[in-house]
Design a protein around this ligand. Structure first.
Ligand code: GUN
Length: 282
């Protein structure tokens, strides 16, 4: 069997076109969606992510503001920027790029972003809404994963979904979304025993571990849908958490890295920003 490759690149290109049209329509009504990104310190990966976000804003016509803060920025100064952006009517979405420098209290900073401007969906109010099954802002990567699964026409109801990784950014929220879709969901992590026995049950396997090529072919049920969330650098090359070449011989559907989930994350950030702009206009 040879897996069908789910191209996040193609899906995001199509979304970009649609979003360009939506922004044009909003601008015609006098609404210019605005996104602010706060980048504290000098993390090379974060620099790339923030640049890509800014480029996408320019492409679809979203106003963007990148707030660069030094590595030694104080908690108070960082929060003052968040508060300023909370009050700025030209800004509908605020994203604090993670990880923050170590001396800063991430949870305390995220708690200061207005939940309606929290386009990352990281505020506890939005996390709580997701848990409670109420409408709120859904984190971008999990939202992108569900978009890809729907777009590819993959049946979810009643299926076994296994998520490897329990982060607040991906593992936990994607598990909640899969549960909403009536999957039977298992979350695995570094202390899980007999991991292979669990992953081999999965009809949908989400790998969000942060270890290069961690998921090997023997961990995958034949025909399963495998979603690779990993972004790892090995010998200067980007690779995922899935051993792509081997797993593609076993899986039914597989997302590549690069060109998979990562592309969808940015598209969903734009989606959350447009939704925030529309909400603010109501
Ligand atoms: N760092 C890595 N991924 C993310 C993300 O989705 N949002 C933010 N704010 N920071 C990140």
């Amino acid at each position: 069997m040879m897996a069908e490759i789910l191209s996040g690149k193609q899906m995001s290109e199509q979304l970009t076109q649609e979003q360009q049209e939506r922004v044009a329509a909003l601008r015609a009504q006098g609404i210019v969606p605005g996104l602010a990104v706060i980048l504290a310190g000098e993390n090379p990966a974060s620099e790339i992510y923030v640049r890509n976000k800014k480029t996408m804003c320019d492409t679809i016509g979203v106003h963007s503001e990148v707030v660069r803060l030094p590595n030694d920025v104080s908690q108070e100064d960082l929060i003052a920027h968040v508060e300023r952006l909370n009050q700025d009517p030209a800004i509908h979405g605020i994203l604090v790029q993670l990880p923050l420098p170590e001396h800063l209290d991430e949870a305390a900073v995220l708690a200061r972003v207005l939940p309606e401007k929290d386009v990352d969906g990281f505020h506890v109010v939005n996390a709580g809404k997701l848990f409670a099954g109420l409408p709120g802002v859904v984190p971008c990567t999990p939202k992108g994963i569900l978009y890809m699964l729907h777009q590819a026409g993959i049946e979810l109801k009643g299926k076994e979904a296994v998520v490897i990784g329990r982060s607040n950014i991906v593992g936990k929220p994607v598990a909640m979304l899969l549960l909403q879709e009536h999957c039977t969901v298992t979350i695995c992590h570094s202390r899980t025993q007999n991991l292979k026995d669990v992953t081999r049950r999965a009809d949908i396997l989400v790998a969000a571990i942060g270890k290069p090529r961690f998921v090997t072919a023997d961990m995958v049920k034949p025909g399963a849908t495998v979603i690779d969330v990993g972004v790892n650098r090995v010998d200067g090359k980007v690779c995922g958490d899935v051993d792509f070449d081997a797993v593609k011989e076993v899986a039914g559907h597989l997302t590549p890295v690069p060109g998979g989930v990562g592309k969808m994350t940015i598209s969903m950030l734009m989606e959350n920003t447009l939704e925030a702009a529309c909400r603010s206009a109501r």
